[in-house]
Structures are given as C-alpha cells and as structure tokens.
Design a protein around this ligand. Structure first.
Ligand SMILES: [Zn+2]
Length: 281
C-alpha cells in the first residue's frame, strides 16, 4: 500500500519503550502497539496496517542476504571534516553523534554476501547516519565496493537510502558523484552487472549519479525517488506537480525503475535477477 510520507515510521531503535529490553514499538500510521520481535519477523512492516518502518543498513542486510553470509569490507580511511564545517553544531560533533547513535562509522556498509547462494558485493546506505548522505567516506566506500565487485566478478548490489550529497563537505561531496560513476564504469568494463535497490528515500546526488545507472533497478514499495523534494520543485518552477510524483509507481510508469517490489519479496526478486544474470550466454 502507498504510505504517506508524513506517516512514515521512524526507526524502531528510537521508538522503543520498556525498562531494559525494548519490547514494544508503536506504529505511527495506525497507532497499534506491536511486539518488536513480531515486527522483525514481518520485515519491519506493520502487521496491522502494512506501513513500512525504516530499516537500518544492518537490518536491511539481514533481510536480503543468506544467513551468516555477509562479510564486511573495511571502509577506506579518509580525512574527516575537510572544510572545518559547522551549522547548528560542528560537523565533527554531528559525526560523533551519528556514530554513537548508529554504531556505524559512516553512512555506508559494504561487504560480500550471498543471495540465494549467488555471490554478490553489497553496499547499503543507512539513513540514520546524516541522512545516508554521500561525502568523501561514503564515496570512497562505494568505489572500494565497486572495485571489489569488479575484481571478484560478483554482481554489485547497491541499496539506496539517502537524501543526497553531504552538504557539510561541500564540493568534495559533489565530486563523489564523479567517483562512483567511474566505479560504475569499472563494473561495465569488467562485465559485472549492477543492480540498484531504491528505497525510501532515494534522492539528491546519490540518485543523480550511481542510483540511476544500474543495469536493473528495483524500487521497494513506498520508495521516494527524485532529485529535489516536491516543495522545492514547486517553488522553483511555480508549477503544481502531478499526483503521486516521486513515488515508486510513478518512477515505474515513467521508466526510471524496472519493477516495484514489496519489501517481503525483495530478496526473492533479487535472487531471480541474479539467477538470470548468472546464466551462461
Ligand atoms: Zn500500523
């Protein structure tokens, strides 16, 4: 079912209650209290109303790959806070908070895994970490994963959950668009397929570079897919946008994605695509 953006659930981790072990979460769409384990079993889709909760990168990986098959690759070391940036808080402080909140070092998690026994190289963005935004660290991580996929000749699977380029790194963040497109070219040169999975949200410089260059593009049901937000576009163009603008279905009808897939079927659909790609020509 299409989910209204303003009803989208926050991550379960920040919605928990209970004295020690977080057991229950409340669905913001329908108000139902849900047993957390039940929600996990249901792939973080509300069992009552079908609303999609956000997935962290690690939850996404668990939901897509064969059990115990993920082997994480180290993220390349990069200089931090190259511009000495500060808005309401310093960028260094923002990074430190994101690390503490997510347990991740950066907004990307990359590694090798198997999906229905097909080896893949996987890159997943985590929206909790400064909006899944792509700065130098994420750009380098994606490029390293692409280079790994090219060497290992395993299909590259990229799960997008991002607001775009990381503004705190200015033009250095924008340059990552070039880098990951070069990485995409590396895959093509080595005959390695690239599958993108667009989720909520897939926007800005990540969609405008690597996110829209896949051989096969799947969109999760409920994904938001676009460059700038609808409000910005309406204000800039002075025009009203068509209904359903930037939804996964809209992207499908306009040829930007190949298929819209419910979360519960994503693993299966990826397996099908990988099966076809693995066939000898
Ligand atoms: Zn619900």
């Amino acid at each position: 079912m299409p989910i209204r953006k303003d009803k989208r659930e926050r991550y379960v981790e920040v919605e928990v209650s209970g004295p020690r072990e977080p057991l229950w979460v409340r669905c913001e769409a329908c108000g139902e209290l849900i047993f957390k384990r039940k929600l996990q079993e249901n792939q973080y889709v509300c069992p009552r109303c079908g609303a999609y909760f956000f997935l962290s990168a690690r939850e996404r990986i668990v939901s897509l790959v064969d059990p115990e098959s993920f082997r994480e690759l180290p993220l390349p070391a990069v200089p931090e806070d190259p511009l000495g940036f500060a808005d309401q808080m310093s960028y260094r402080e923002r990074l430190a908070r994101s690390r503490q909140e997510t347990g991740l070092n950066e907004a990307a998690v990359v590694g090798e895994a198997r999906i229905a026994d097909h080896p893949v190289t996987l890159a997943v963005l985590d929206f909790r970490f400064i909006g899944g935004s792509m700065g130098v660290a994420v750009g380098e991580a994606l490029y390293a994963a692409q280079a790994h996929a090219a060497r290992a000749r395993t299909p590259f699977v990229f799960v997008v959950s991002s607001g775009g380029a990381r503004v705190q790194e200015g033009v250095l963040a924008l340059l990552q668009m070039v880098k990951v497109v070069a990485g995409r070219e590396l895959l093509a040169q080595n005959g390695v397929p690239y599958i993108a999975v667009l989720t909520y949200p897939s926007t800005g410089g990540v969609l405008a570079s690597l996110g829209s260059l896949a051989d096969v593009t799947l969109a999760e049901e409920g994904a938001l897919i676009g460059f700038a937000g609808p409000r910005v576009i309406e204000q800039t163009t002075g025009e009203r946008l068509p209904p359903g603008f930037q939804t996964a279905r809209f992207a499908l009808e306009h040829g930007l994605v190949d298929q819209v897939v419910p979360r519960a079927k994503l693993r299966e659909e990826l397996a099908k695509v990988l099966e076809v790609l693995a066939e000898e020509p």
